[in-house]
Design a protein around this ligand. Sequence first.
Ligand SMILES: *[C@@H]1O[C@H](CO)[C@@H](O)[C@H](O)[C@H]1NC(C)=O
Ligand SMILES: *[C@@H]1O[C@H](CO)[C@@H](O)[C@H](O)[C@H]1NC(C)=O
Ligand SMILES: *[C@@H]1O[C@H](CO)[C@@H](O)[C@H](O)[C@H]1NC(C)=O
Ligand SMILES: *[C@@H]1O[C@H](CO)[C@@H](O)[C@H](O)[C@H]1NC(C)=O
Ligand SMILES: *[C@@H]1O[C@H](CO)[C@@H](O)[C@H](O)[C@H]1NC(C)=O
Length: 943
Amino acid sequence: MTYLLWCLACLISYVQLFSSPNIAFASSLEAEALLKWKASFQNQTKNNLTSWGYNPKENTSPCNIWTGISCNTAGSVNRINLTNSGIQGTLYEFPFLSLPNLEYVDLSLNQLFGAIPSQISSLSKLIYLDLSRNKLSGKIPPELGLLNNLRVLHLNENQLNGSIPQEIGKLKFLVDLELSQNHLNGSIPTSLGDLSNLEFLYLQGNQLSGTIPKEIGNLKSIVDLHLSQNQLNGSLPASLGDLSNLEFLYLSDNQLSGSIPQEIGNFMKLTELELDANNFSGYLPQNICRGGSLQKFTVGSNHFIGTIPKGLQNCKSLVRVRLEGNQLTGNISEDFGAYPNLYFIDLSHNNLHGEISQLWGQCPQLATLRIAGNKLTGSIPPEISHATQIHELDLSSNSLVGVIPKDFGRLTSLVKLMLNGNQLWGPIPSEFGSLTDIEYLDLSTNKFNESIPGIFGYLLKLHYLNLSNNKFSQEIPFQLGKLVHMSQLDLSHNSLEGKIPSEMRTMQSLETLNLSHNNLTGLVPTSFDEMRGLKDIDISYNQLHGPIPNNKAFQNARMEGNKGLCGNVGGLKPCNHSVEHKHTSRKAFLIIFPILGTLLLAFLAFVLIGRRRSRRKQEREIEQSNMHDSFFSISNFDGRKMYGEIMEATNGFDVVHCIGKGGQGSVYKAKLPSGSIVAVKKFHQTLDGEEGSRKEFLNEIRALTQIRHRNIVKFLGFCSSAHHSFLVYEYLETGSLAAILSNENEAKKLDWSTRVKIVKGVAHALCYMHHDCSPPIVHRDITSSNILLHCDYEPCVSDFGTAKLLNPDSSNWTALAGTYGYVAPELAYTMKVTEKCDVYSFGVLALEVILGKQLGDFVSSFSFPSTTYANILLKDVLDQRLPPPTPQVLDELVTIARLSIACRHSHPQSRPTMHMVSKVLSFQPASSSRGPDDTTLEQLIKI
Ligand SMILES: *[C@@H]1O[C@H](CO)[C@@H](O)[C@H](O)[C@H]1NC(C)=O
Ligand SMILES: *[C@@H]1O[C@H](CO)[C@@H](O)[C@H](O)[C@H]1NC(C)=O
Ligand SMILES: *[C@@H]1O[C@H](CO)[C@@H](O)[C@H](O)[C@H]1NC(C)=O
Ligand SMILES: *[C@@H]1O[C@H](CO)[C@@H](O)[C@H](O)[C@H]1NC(C)=O
Ligand SMILES: *[C@@H]1O[C@H](CO)[C@@H](O)[C@H](O)[C@H]1NC(C)=O
């Protein structure tokens, strides 16, 4: 057999050399061999080698006709470039022996699996071999060492195992060797030191062990050396100090120890030096920015001692600096200067002292500044707030004194602020109200005093707030109830007094609540019954009394040290009957006489108001306005009748009928006597406010009942009484898009074309609301939870509860916020809600449909380092629960991804209108002239 193949090869060369009329014959043999390989692929329809065909009668030549095939002047194949061609198959049938003239082979970005055959060594003219980003496994064949013309060898991002063969050292012309992100083990072969012209060596992301051989120091031409994320140990060879052409040196995430060659400081072209997460000790090179091009200097989580390199002070090129988790000492007041490009710096957990330099304020790009866990003294300089791009500021666990500067109000990009564990005092400045992007705020363990300001209620994105261990006094501001995303709230160890505000029930995301060690009085509000998310409660050491709420979380709550809490929980005395009775009888009354009892209710409200003199003014106003409330409704039905029927069908809004819960209300399923099923959205709060604004609201609601569109849930009516306000909608059996996407089995049923259909439907609905309604209607809260599906998965936009008609003359702001992750960024700065906010949310939603989860969740679940995002294409990040889309559908998904990017533009003016979006999607299948799928993960995320 081998003999026969060898003869065939002779024959081909013979033909090429001597008989030009027979060129076609030569290439047709090559064509035949290639077709045999192609025939071995799985899932033929998924690759795009459709131009590969062969008609024996015509002696077809593959040259320049077949996708990815080029030939030399003699008509023999010398280049195969099939990168990203959807190939699923092995290299076992690859015609190594039939293609003796191959020089360039690029098969990257396919789904090749199995081993690399050792016959590859017969491609003796090979200059360029790229098999990266496939699923190849097994060992790297030592026979590769025979390809002695090879300049570029890319086998990265496969599943190759075993060790790196010594024979690679024979590839004398090799310039670029990339074996990163495989499962390679063993040590780095010393023979690599023979590759004297090597410029790029990428071995990161393997399981290489042992020491870095001193022979690496022979690679005098090396520019990029990446050895991160392995298990290398021992100290660095001194010869590393000879590699003076190095621009990029990455050694992070190994177990390397000892000191680093001080010569590294003299490398004139050094641009990035990454040594994080090793066991390095000794001093850092003082002159580290000698060439003036250092951008990245990250040496965190080691045991470095001594001072911060002096060379950093005037190193204007710096972008990213990590020195955290070492034992660096010295006064940092004057170690750092002003840096035009600095984006990230972490100096935390060292032994640094001195004051915070005001020069940080002169770093216009600075997004993250962390100096936690040092010995900083003095106060926080107000000048720091000139760095308005700061997203994360962590100065925790130092010895800072003084007040928080009022100028902090300028740091409107802040997402995370940690000043805990210092000696800061004074009130929280009211300027904090402008930090509307903030999500995480820790001011605990300081000496802040006075009251907790109500402006915290404007920080609508907060999900973590810790004010514990301070000297805050007075009442807990009821405005905190607006923080619907709050999940952890700690106000413990202060001197707070008064009642726990009942408004806290609207913090529907709250999981952990600590109010212990304060001076809170009164009853724990019964409204806590509704807070289903609560898991962990501590209300110990206050002056609380009365029955504990009917909420499971209170079964395990810490409640000791109070005045007289009662209930059926271990450690508490059972409640005395009369108290409990009072509660339940009132509830029952409200349920049984919802409509006719208005008069009685008014009386009751009057009595209650009389009793609760101590309640705050706001609450009194609400109750008084309820007193004047009468039942009204807008619908095509008899409203009064419908009200009664709904109360009956839901058994007075019993939880067993509840099918969903949101920030403003709960949704119930109600089967009316007529047999029709409706969805009822009941607001947590009853409709209050002045007569005028209520009228306006009702007019708006009336307009919503006029809307008819196949992709908008039918709105049937609205009812309000003294104690319930609810909206009535058509009921859709299949449930919400969010529920389906989060369910493995259901999500699989939502195939690619269905997902395209859903995105289109939502676009049409929004287009209708924005452009066909006068005045336009902005939804304000487009999320996957608000997209309901018919049984044929036709989408229906629901929940106009938050929609308000756009009145161009008035301020459009209401306290109702959209949903975290979907809210347009400008809402942090302006109060103006426009159609463009919906366009933004639509962009978020569209991407969620094709990724299968929300972008934020997607990124955090993604296992690749963010540096590779620019190389990851859309098709690789599509919802993995579905099989890959056909090329036509992929085209549509690419269009959706691009629209999503445009819709999420940070400038509202630059976003397309829904009319444009809807139009592009409608004409989608007809136009096929779009470019290829070159949308990368980086673009999708917009890092
Ligand atoms: C090929 O397609 C079939 C059916 O579409 C699928 O079950 C199989 O997993 C695919 N093979 C590969 C390697 O993706
Ligand atoms: C293969 O083609 C791609 C794009 O078509 C190109 O970027 C790449 O450089 C080519 N590879 C070779 C070895 O020519
Ligand atoms: C092959 O198809 C993919 C999409 O499946 C496309 O991105 C790629 O550019 C195509 N490659 C060639 C060589 O046409
Ligand atoms: C290397 O990979 C091959 C193919 O996946 C596998 O059969 C073999 O067990 C692996 N060897 C080691 C040492 O993991
Ligand atoms: C709690 O309130 C009581 C009565 O007003 C007062 O005597 C006591 O000092 C307060 N305790 C704290 C810790 O503020």
